[in-house]
Ligand binder design. Structure first.
Ligand code: HEM
Length: 417
C-alpha cells in the first residue's frame, strides 16, 4: 500500500532553509515523526529523506542520478560546472577511477608527510607570534601541501590568496549576496589560474611528473579517448585541491573538541592509532560540515510505501543522519568511544557521503582527510603546548557551512622537541 508523503504546507521555504541551516530538515522530520517529507524549495517540490535506509536508496544508481541535481549557483561556486559531481553511469565511474588513483594510501602518506614537514616549520613561527588563528594557519598550510603534492607551482606570495579562494568556494554554499559572490569570484580566479597552467603543461612549457594530480588530470582520457578541455581539467584538479584545504574546518572543530573536552586532549596525548581514528570519526560525525546532498529520481520507484516520480529532486540529510538516535546513542554527546566497536558500515556514518566510493559519488578523499587530521592532531597534542585565550568559539548551526566564530585562537605557543 502506498502512503502519502507528509508535506510542509505553504510557499517556497528556501529562505527558511537558509535561515535554519543544518537543523531545517531534521526539525521537520521530528515534527512529522517520519524519515521523509515534501517541501517547496528552489521553486520546486523537493522530497527530504534521512536515516540508514534512506542512505541505501539514495546511493542506488538505478533510482537516482546527479545530472540536473546541483543548482547552477552551487556549480558556479563549490563544484565547478559539469564536473564529476554531476556525472552519471559509466562516464562517472571512469572519471571516478582517476580520482581514486590519486587518493590511494600511498598518496595519503605523501600528503601526511608534507603536512608534518610544513607543520614543523610553521610551529617555529607560531612560537614568536602573539597569537595565531588555527583555521587561517591551516588553510594556508594545507594550500601549500595540496599544491606541492599535486605538482602545482605556487610561490610564497600567492599562498594566502589561493588558500583563501579555495575556502571561499566552500563557504559560498549556503549563502546569498556578497559571501556567495566572493565564492564565485574565487572560483573564477582559481579556474583561470589552473586553466593557464593546464595549457602550459599541454604545450610543454611546464614539465610535470607522472603520477602527480596535475599530470594525470592534464593527460586523462575520457571514455571516448579524447582529453578533457583545459577548463574541465582545471575544474577537476581544483576538485582535489579545494577539499584538501577544506580539511581546515574539521581541524578547527577537532581543536575545539580538545579544548572543550579536556579529558580527550589528555587521552590523545597517549593515544594509539586506533583511538586517534575514533576521535577523528567523532569529530566528523558530531560537528556540522556537509549539511545534505541532492539527487534526482532517475526512474519511478516506491520506497518505504511512498512513490518517487522521475525527475523529483531529493535531499539526503547528512547532518540529521549523523545525529540519528537509532544509529547513534545520545547523538548530541561528543563521545569518540562510540566508534570503539563500530563495524564500518557504508550507510550509517556519512559525513563525506555513503556507499562505495568507487561505485558511486561517495567522497574519495576520506582517507586523505583522516590521515592529514592525524598529523595535525599529533602536533597539537604531543609536539606543542599552547593556551586558548578568551574568544567566541560558538558556531552557528544556521550558517552552512559553519565554523567556530574566532577560528580558534591560540597563544603562548611552545614547540616541544
Ligand atoms: C565528494 C565531503 C574532503 C574529494 C564529497 C561529498 C561529500 C564530501 C559530502 C559528496 C558525496 C556524494 O555526492 O554522494 C567532504 C568533506 C571533506 C572532504 C566534509 C573534508 C574536508 C575531500 C578531500 C578530497 C575530496 C580531501 C580529495 C583530495 C571529493 C571529490 C568528490 C567528493 C572529488 C566528488 C566525488 C563524486 O562525485 O564521485 N565529499 N569531502 N573530498 N569529495 Fe569530498
Amino acid at each position: 500500500t502506498k502512503s502519502k508523503i507528509p508535506s510542509e504546507k505553504g510557499i517556497d521555504k528556501t529562505v527558511t532553509l537558509l535561515k535554519e541551516g543544518y537543523l531545517f530538515i531534521n526539525k521537520r522530520m521530528d515534527k512529522y515523526k517520519t524519515d521523509i517529507f515534501k517541501v517547496r524549495l528552489l521553486g520546486q517540490q523537493v522530497i527530504c529523506i534521512r536515516g540508514e535506509e534512506a542512505v541505501k536508496v539514495f546511493y542506488d544508481t538505478e533510482k537516482f542520478q546527479r545530472k540536473g541535481a546541483a543548482p547552477m549557483r552551487v556549480q558556479q561556486s563549490l563544484f565547478g560546472k559539469n564536473a564529476i559531481q554531476s556525472l552519471d553511469g559509466e562516464k562517472h565511474l571512469h572519471r571516478k577511477l582517476l580520482f581514486m588513483s590519486l587518493l590511494t594510501p600511498a598518496h595519503q602518506q605523501k600528503l601526511a608527510a608534507l603536512t608534518t614537514e610544513y607543520l614543523a616549520d610553521v610551529m617555529k613561527q607560531w612560537e614568536n607570534a602573539d597569537q595565531v588563528v588555527l583555521f587561517d594557519e591551516m588553510k594556508h598550510l594545507l594550500c601549500k601541501v595540496a599544491c606541492q603534492w599535486a605538482g602545482v607551482p605556487l610561490t610564497e606570495t600567492e599562498v594566502t590568496e589561493r588558500g583563501d579562494d579555495f575556502i571561499a568556494m566552500v563557504y559560498a554554499f549556503g549563502t546569498i549576496g556578497p559571501e556567495h559572490w566572493k565564492g564565485r569570484m574565487a572560483r573564477n580566479r582559481a579556474e583561470r589560474w589552473i586553466r593557464d597552467l593546464m595549457e602550459n603543461v599541454r604545450n610543454g612549457k611546464v614539465e610535470t611528473e607522472q603520477g602527480t594530480a596535475l599530470h594525470e588530470m592534464a593527460f586523462y582520457k575520457k571514455m571516448d579517448g579524447t582529453q578533457l578541455d583545459t577548463q574541465m581539467a582545471a575544474i577537476e584538479l581544483i576538485n582535489v585541491l579545494r577539499p584538501i584545504v577544506a580539511i581546515s574546518t574539521f581541524i578547527t572543530f577537532a581543536a575545539l573538541a580538545m579544548h572543550q573536552y579536556v579529558e580527550e586532549k589528555e587521552k590523545l596525548r597517549y593515544a594509539d592509532n586506533h583511538y586517534i581514528e575514533m576521535f577523528i570519526h567523532e569529530v566528523r560525525r558530531y560537528y556540522p560540515f556537509g549539511p545534505f546532498l541532492g539527487a534526482r529520481v532517475r526512474n519511478n520507484f516506491t520506497w518505504s510505501g511512498h512513490s518517487f516520480q522521475k525527475g523529483t529532486l531529493v535531499l539526503l540529510d547528512i547532518y540529521g543522519t549523523n545525529h540519528d538516535n537509532r544509529l547513534w546513542e545520545n547523538p548530541n554527546q561528543f563521545n569518540p568511544g562510540r566508534f570503539e566497536n563500530w563495524k564500518g558500515g557504508l550507510f550509517d556514518f556519512i559525513p563525506q557521503g555513503g556507499g562505495d566510493p568507487a561505485k558511486g559519488h561517495r567522497c574519495p578523499g576520506e582517507g586523505v582527510t583522516v590521515e592529514l587530521m592525524k598529523e595535525v592532531l599529533r602536533a597539537l597534542s604531543t609536539k606543542m603546548e599552547y593556551d586558548v585565550p578568551n574568544q567566541d568559539l560558538q558556531y552557528n548551526l544556521s550558517k552552512m557551512p559553519t565554523l567556530p566564530k574566532s577560528g580558534f585562537i591560540m597563544n603562548n605557543i611552545k614547540k616541544l622537541v
